[in-house]
Design a protein around this ligand. Structure first.
Ligand SMILES: Nc1ncnc2c1ncn2[C@@H]1O[C@H](COP(=O)(O)OP(=O)(O)OP(=O)(O)O)[C@@H](O)[C@H]1O
Length: 676
């Protein structure tokens, strides 16, 4: 304590390892008593020239008293106003000082002096001076070293002494923003140290994340200090509804808001005119319970409500726990981890095809509003750590999908070394970091500047939905501004999406309709049995010459042979296996022709070395016969037929994958044995 309160004229602070000069300035303590004495002398002079001892007339006394009163009122008001921002003790001491000085001046000018009056005046002024000195000392406003508790605070804000000048703070969207210029040779980033920011937050009594330091890009000397007095994200905002149903995926998706209340826009395609790259791959990092799923659902619903996008949602962990109406609304819903991985593996080969399609009519990248470009594809992968482990795959994916109108969101729970390659940040087009274990983990995906400016996503799962976003098309200065997703409202999100889809005749088959038209369905207990006896098959399917079902066909219930009802066969345009099918035509195809095409496709695939097919592989066929020409149950039924007979072409395994048996092998026993 003694050591700490000693004053140095200059020297080394061993603890800090830096030399500096302590500015032991006595003025703050000397000024009040000196001013009190000065005021007394002034009162003496005035009383002789103007006041009690000058025998003024009544009018002279009146206007002189009025003038002194007006000056005193101005001084007291000024002290009161300036002291509003200060702590109460300091304000009280300065008010006492100022009123006692003014009162003393008035009384001692216009009344005759007495020993009591002078002693009273001096006593009050000494008290006020001591109060000011004590306040300054103990609240760290003076330059003396302080007791350890306050000395620590002083240590933390030492860097502030390097600030040369600051501008007048402005209020911008709920934040106080001031520009600061450091002394020559000092680095603005020294203010961004967590200890300094915490010290400032503590001194100003604002939330720790409420202090940000944003250095100017072209000089280390200047920057912006931003203080958010209140945490506007304490209570997440309500979901405002779909941002642009029926619009283009080129318009920003609304998934969250900044602390300031401004929306965080998610722009997926690139825009050469605006100089913005397509995002390609986005990493969404957040530990369990940090709010990833809610964000993904909102994002998926936003994308699904855009006319030129198709949405693939992969959640191999708990996809089946997502509301059925949501699953049905997606173009592709994959709830099996293996299928998800297969889908992602198949994405890269597809890039070349899409590139040909897009480049074929002279576009360098996917372009919103172009009818010749394929639909923009949004792929949301809930737990993608396995996929991200392979740096090569990730780099290849990120680099290739960007221009061909594919966006892949890779959800991750952890970003430790064994889970993610270090180069990930430079590879992907965008990052959203939700609550993680600590700032170090966040720093694996967020940029150095964002962390340095004060971003600290170490909320774990204490503040679900809170996030930092580094997204194309957003101001990098805002990357360290915390944001939050909307208050969870699954029913609202899914309901509004379903309403929109109904208006464009894309409403998913609703469960109540199916339930009403279906006989109490056996569940997955005996899938093959149902297929074999044919009772559950649509008896009218073969008679349906045009194979064009209405969206909900009570006579053709979804496949009940145990296959996942969310099997990606519902989705057109998902060519994953080159099946050498004919180009699209306007023709209507009969069921027999469709069967022949499917058979031919399988034989061709086998000739190309494929040994397995899945219903989703026949997506190109859907493209040929029309989106409504081949409904999923019919495809499943046809594939089921190919598993039957003396020379089956296929054999279905329990994961819904069909193994191709050697075509033309007349001996089913041999074929099956080989397939087994
Ligand atoms: N913006 C938000 N405000 C308040 N609560 C939220 C917000 N976002 C999500 N939550 C709540 O946080 C909890 C966890 O959310 P969610 O399931 O989305 O997390 P998660 O990261 O997907 O977790 P897991 O990885 O375990 O699936 C849920 O109860 C959800 O309702």
């Amino acid at each position: 304590m003694a050591r700490q309160t000693r004053r140095y004229a200059g020297g080394m602070d061993a603890a800090r390892g830096a030399s500096y000069e302590v500015k032991g300035n006595p003025l703050p303590y000397v000024i009040p008593p000196v001013a009190a004495i000065g005021n007394l002398i002034l009162a003496g002079v005035l009383s002789r020239l103007w006041g009690a001892y000058a025998h003024p007339t009544v009018w002279q006394a009146a206007w002189r008293a009025a003038l002194i009163l007006a000056c005193s009122a101005a001084i007291v008001w000024c002290t009161y106003a300036v002291g509003r921002a200060r702590q109460t003790p300091l304000r009280a001491a300065s008010m006492l000082m100022s009123t006692a000085a003014c009162g003393g001046l008035f009384v001692l000018t216009f009344t005759r002096w007495s020993f009591d009056k002078i002693m009273t005046y001096l006593l009050i002024m000494v008290t006020a001076s001591i109060m000011l000195a004590v306040t300054k000392l103990l609240h760290g406003k003076g330059d003396d070293a302080r007791a350890s508790m306050f000395g620590e605070l002083s240590e933390r804000v030492k860097e502030l002494q390097d600030i040369g000048k600051t501008s007048k703070p402005k209020q911008i969207e709920g934040r106080l923003v001031a520009r600061a210029e450091m002394l020559p040779g000092a680095d603005f980033n020294s203010l961004a140290k967590p200890e300094v920011r915490t010290g400032i937050a503590s001194a100003l009594d604002v939330p720790p994340g409420g202090v940000r330091m944003i250095r100017d890009r072209n000089t280390p000397r200047t920057g912006r200090i931003e203080i958010s007095p209140v945490d506007m994200l304490e209570h997440p905002p309500a979901w405002p509804g779909l941002s642009a149903p029926g619009g283009s995926i080129g318009q920003p998706l609304r998934i969250a808001v900044y602390q300031t209340g401004a929306p965080i826009p998610l722009l997926l395609p690139g825009d050469s005119q605006a100089g913005r790259n397509a995002i390609g791959v986005l990493i969404l990092l957040g530990q369990a319970g940090s709010g990833k799923t809610e964000l993904q659902l909102t994002l998926a619903a936003e994308a699904r409500s855009r006319t030129d996008a198709e949405v693939v949602y992969i959640d191999g962990r708990k996809g089946l726990q997502l509301p059925k109406a949501f699953r049905d609304a997606m173009h592709v819903m994959i709830t099996n981890a293996e299928d998800g991985e297969r889908y992602l593996d198949g994405l890269i080969p597809e890039v070349a095809k899409r590139a040909g399609q897009i480049g074929g009519h002279g576009h360098e990248q996917w372009t919103a509003g172009c009818t010749k470009c394929p639909k923009f594809r949004v792929v949301i992968v809930d737990e993608a750590s396995k996929f991200v482990e392979s740096e090569d795959t990730l780099v290849e994916l990120a680099e290739s999908v960007r221009s061909v109108g594919i966006f892949v969101l890779l959800g991750l729970q952890r970003a430790t070394g064994d889970r993610m390659p270090t180069s990930v940040r430079t590879t992907v087009g965008g990052v959203i970091c939700m609550g993680v274990r600590d700032i170090g983990e966040g720093a694996r995906v967020l940029s150095e500047e964002t962390i340095e400016a004060g971003a600290d996503p170490g909320w774990k799962n204490r503040k679900p939905g809170a996030l930092y976003a580094e997204l194309p098309g957003t101001d990098p200065d805002d990357w360290s501004l915390p944001g939050r997703t909307f208050k969870p409202d699954r029913d609202g999100v899914i309901g509004e999406l379903a309403d929109y889809l109904a208006t464009i005749d894309e409403a998913p088959a609703s469960p109540p309709v199916r339930a009403a038209t279906r006989t109490p369905a056996p569940t997955s207990a005996a899938p093959v049995t149902h297929r074999a006896d044919g009772d559950d098959d649509d008896p009218d399917a073969d008679k349906d010459v045009e194979c064009a079902p209405p969206p909900i066909d009570p006579d053709c219930p979804p496949d009940e042979d145990g296959a996942d009802p969310h099997e990606p066969i519902t989705v057109p345009n998902r060519p994953r296996v080159p099946l050498d099918l004919d180009p699209e035509t306007e023709r209507q195809y009969s069921p027999a022709e469709i069967r022949a095409m499917i058979r031919q496709a399988i034989v061709t695939a086998y000739g190309n070395g494929r040994r397995q097919v899945r219903p989703s592989n026949f997506a190109p066929l859907v493209g040929i016969v029309g989106e409504n020409g081949l409904k999923p149950p019919t495809l499943a039924k046809i594939l089921g037929e190919f598993c039957q007979g003396p020379t089956p072409l296929l054999r279905k395994n329990d994961r819904g994958v069909y193994e191709i048996l050697p075509p033309g092998d007349g001996d089913p026993g041999t074929a099956l044995a080989r397939a087994a």
